[in-house]
Design a protein around this ligand. Structure first.
Ligand code: URA
Length: 234
């Protein structure tokens, strides 16, 4: 059971003040009858709530897939640069989603956003050992020795990169796929630099078994499907 105003402020973009006004105007209907008070108790699992005739589905958490464009920071706010949360459609902004992990400002591709702290924690946990797959374009061709170098892991000043997979496009060895299970600062770029190559373009194309939806245009956001969430055991 929960208060009607809490239910509506969790599940819609209405403020508490707007909800009180809607209730006064008899625009909020619970199980077919106009709600008398904004603080009435309802059962969020059973009661049918409509606002202005539109049914409201209760939910507290959202899970979004963004095809991140270049030029956006993986943050909720910033004084100078645009942030990924700016790309969330207005009707979902009230859920206050934040990015799960980070992509560099100039990196594109798959970024998840949620307002569920536990989901974020689970995905970021090192024991989860979740592989992230990147497509990269390099300034120089990758070589079979680079595959060994990546597979051996690498020592950096502040961290040790675990063994990573490098796949080289047989048609064009400047195009590679890199899979890492961690996400240390600039990790893919730094591992490529260690192999003597600069990354000119970087895009994340999968997190674990979740692939970036090829039909999702760059800069667009959509909700994860129940099947996609199940890939993370959620
Ligand atoms: N590795 C990088 O170097 N940059 C990213 O954005 C992600 C992984």
């Amino acid at each position: 059971m929960m208060r009607l105003d809490k239910f509506l402020s969790d599940a819609t973009a209405y403020s508490r003040k707007e909800i009180r006004t809607l209730v006064k105007r008899r625009a909020v209907v619970v199980n077919g009858a106009a709600a008398q008070n904004a603080d009435m108790k309802i059962d969020e699992t059973k009661d049918a709530v409509c606002v202005n005739g539109v049914p409201v589905l209760y939910r507290k958490f959202i899970y979004l897939m963004l095809n991140k464009p270049q030029g956006f920071l993986s943050a909720t706010e910033d004084d100078r640069d645009p942030v990924v949360v700016d790309l969330v459609p207005d009707e979902l902004k009230h859920f206050a989603p934040f990015p799960v992990g980070r992509l560099d400002k100039d990196t594109e591709g798959l970024l998840l956003l949620t307002n569920d702290g536990q989901f974020d924690h689970e995905l970021m946990s090192p024991r989860k050992n979740l592989y992230k797959r990147y497509y990269a374009e390099l300034d120089l061709p990758a070589t079979p020795e680079d595959i060994q170098l990546f597979a051996a892991g690498m020592e950096f000043k502040e961290f040790t990169a675990k063994p990573a997979r490098l796949e080289i496009d047989p048609e064009n060895p400047r195009k590679v796929y890199v899979e890492i299970s961690e996400g240390k600062f600039h990790q893919v770029k730094r591992m490529c630099e260690r192999a003597g190559k600069n990354v000119l373009f970087l895009k994340r194309i999968a997190i674990g078994s979740l692939k970036l939806d090829e039909n999702l245009e760059c800069g667009k956001v959509r909700e994860l499907t129940p099947e996609e969430l199940a890939l993370f055991g959620w």
